[in-house]
Design a protein around this ligand. Structure first.
Ligand SMILES: [Mn+2]
Length: 280
């Protein structure tokens, strides 16, 4: 059992020219050392080469996702977990594609201020990072379906576009605002099936606590709430992959967003003390 760590510094989901990617900044903040401290075996797959500044085309996102899945699945062994650091949220399509290729049936926990369920027709911005779950569900011609959208639980969502809301309803996606999640916390966790994938977008957390986002929306989850959520899921279910997405280090303040991301990683993947609490 090992952690397969991959950086995916993609900007195909939202055009940017930042100097350092989120994945590189997290490495600089000590991501690898912290995984070792957690007692993990790590296969560091490095950084996926991604196309440079390009038009935000779903087709390019799909091609890159397929190459990401090649790297993740090559010499994967049962029990291995993926840890993917973005890049923008379009990189989660690659993780979902890899899980699909391996035949891993999982619930999808998408912790995000947005639903990422737009199509080019419904999207006000046209940026593919807001379409990634719709792409994964097969709603765009750019890529075949790799998930069943009824297995998606959007948590912390608080900004949904009108056309997107209709698509979510039609596809049976569960979407809970921070307030709704607080009210239905136990139901959400107890209802999860055995395998769970978690994709975390920095904008899920309130921008006061996680400022390094391009898409701040007030009224988010607290960092403590996300840590509790991730820890409880990791203890009670089998976590198959964790994505850390939309960390934009050029917008960072005092390293607080990176520090939260490292804490989330520990809540998800730490083996230290896990045996003692395995029965709770
Ligand atoms: Mn997102």
């Amino acid at each position: 059992m090992a952690i397969r760590l991959l950086g995916v510094p993609t900007r195909l989901g939202i055009p940017r020219t930042e100097r350092e990617s989120g994945s590189q900044a997290l490495r600089r903040a000590g991501l690898l050392a912290s995984l070792y401290r957690m007692g993990q075996t790590v296969h560091d797959l490095g950084e996926l080469p991604v196309p440079g500044p390009a038009a935000p085309l779903p087709e390019l996102v799909a091609v890159t996702a397929s190459r990401q899945a090649d790297l993740l699945t090559d010499s994967w062994l049962p029990g291995d977990q993926f840890l993917v650091a973005g890049g923008d949220h379009s990189a989660s399509l690659g993780t979902l594609t890899a899980l699909r290729r391996l035949g891993i049936d999982c619930d999808i926990i998408w912790i995000d201020a947005h639903a990422d369920f737009n199509t080019p027709r419904t999207s006000p911005s046209g940026n593919p990072h807001g379409m990634v779950l719709a792409m994964a569900s097969g709603l765009l011609p750019a890529c075949p379906p790799v998930i069943d959208p009824s297995r998606v639980k959007l948590l912390g969502v608080r900004e949904i576009d009108p056309g997107e809301r209709e698509l979510l309803r039609r596809c049976g996606v569960t979407a809970l605002s921070p307030e709704e999640l607080r009210n239905r916390w136990d139901e959400v966790i107890n209802g999860l099936r055995e395998n769970v994938y978690i994709s975390f977008d920095v904008d899920a957390v309130d921008p006061a606590e996680a400022p390094a986002t391009l898409t701040p929306v007030p009224g988010g989850l607290t960092g403590r709430e996300v840590l509790a959520l991730v820890r409880q899921i990791a203890r009670r279910r089998r976590l198959v992959a964790l994505d850390l997405m939309e960390y934009h280090p050029d917008l960072e303040q005092d390293g607080r967003t990176a520090s939260l991301l490292l804490d989330i990683t520990e809540a998800a993947l730490s083996l230290v003390g896990r045996a003692a609490v395995a029965s709770d």
